[in-house]
Design a protein around this ligand. Structure first.
Ligand code: PXG
Length: 283
């Protein structure tokens, strides 16, 4: 496996960053998780735009143009001979001191890892996920915005550990108001009485690229779509529930906190949207 670090490729064992990198010391950096289908990155430009927005928000100057990063991502796929892959694009603050001062850091580092896909096992798509609500809440937008895809994912990792302890591979995270925000690494949708619902950005979510694609697909299929605050009660009483993310695409959730959602089986609306989504990834 060849890993790209700031203009050079390194073998997996030699791909290293300094212990003084603020990405390591403080989680001071940002990332994107992307999917390549048949050699092409799905919605590449949107991922780059989101990365640049994250960078701007944390005063991080990416030392490359968007075009150069796009090309480096494509090159990383080619060098590793990967057509269908998961890609991790990372920008760290660079080497600094043991202090917090970001101004003392060297140039930010751009790292690209392209790996074989490690998807959720097929049975989860067939049977649906059982999820629980984590007691760890999603980052409050009054703190670092959850729209910043930062290298500090500890809240989400704590939530995921809670899920693991309950025997679940994904968990629902609430915001400080007690509304449903999203899952630890996926956005959430429900379908009820003919309308597709998902929480708004203001609920304190990362606005997923997959979420956006699903909203566009649903709207162009003439489906009623509502982006509004969502409670756990809404999810318990929904006809269908599913999660979205670059790695998972669309995956059904059939139980939340012990309540069976709808029929307790993957629903027809989700399955139809997944088919349409996959058709788009093939285009
Ligand atoms: N919410 C959060 C908090 C995320 O981190 C999504 C939603 C879905 O966004 P996209 O753009 O992928 O539709 C994410 C993305 C992984 C991994 O290894 C994925 C994410 C974060 C960390 C790791 O698959 N998710």
């Amino acid at each position: 496996m060849q890993i790209y670090i700031s203009g050079q490729f390194f073998d997996k064992n030699d791909a290293k960053v300094s212990v003084f990198d603020h990405g390591f010391l403080y989680g001071d950096g940002i990332f994107e998780g992307m999917r390549a289908y048949n050699g092409k990155v799905f919605r590449h430009q949107q991922h780059l735009d989101r990365l640049w927005d994250s960078a701007k928000s944390i005063f991080l100057e990416i030392p490359m143009t968007k075009e150069a990063v796009e090309q480096a991502v494509n090159e990383t796929l080619q060098v590793n001979n990967l057509k269908d892959a998961y890609i991790r694009l990372i920008v760290t603050r660079g080497n600094g001191t043991l202090g917090l001062d970001a101004h003392l850091c060297s140039e930010p580092k751009v790292i690209i890892i392209a790996a074989e896909l490690a998807l959720y096992p097929k049975e989860y798509y067939e049977k649906g996920l059982e999820i629980v609500t984590a007691s760890t809440i999603r980052t409050n937008p009054g703190m670092l915005s959850p729209q910043v895809k930062s290298l500090n994912y500890l809240n989400n990792i704590m939530a995921k550990i809670e899920g693991h302890q309950a025997g679940c591979i994904e968990v629902l995270m609430l915001n400080a108001k007690g509304e449903a925000a999203e899952c630890s690494g996926d956005n959430i949708f429900i379908y009820k009485n003919g309308t597709l619902h998902t929480p708004p950005a203001e609920a304190g979510i990362l606005e997923g690229i997959t979420r956006r694609a699903v909203l566009e697909i649903a709207e162009s299929a003439g489906m009623k779509v509502k982006i509004a605050p969502m409670t756990r009660h809404d999810i318990y009483t929904a006809d269908e529930c599913f999660l979205t993310g670059s790695a998972a695409e669309l995956i059904p959730a059939v139980k939340l906190d012990g309540r069976i959602i709808g029929t307790g089986k993957p629903g027809p609306v989700m399955q139809d949207l997944l088919k349409k989504f996959q058709a788009e990834t093939k285009r």
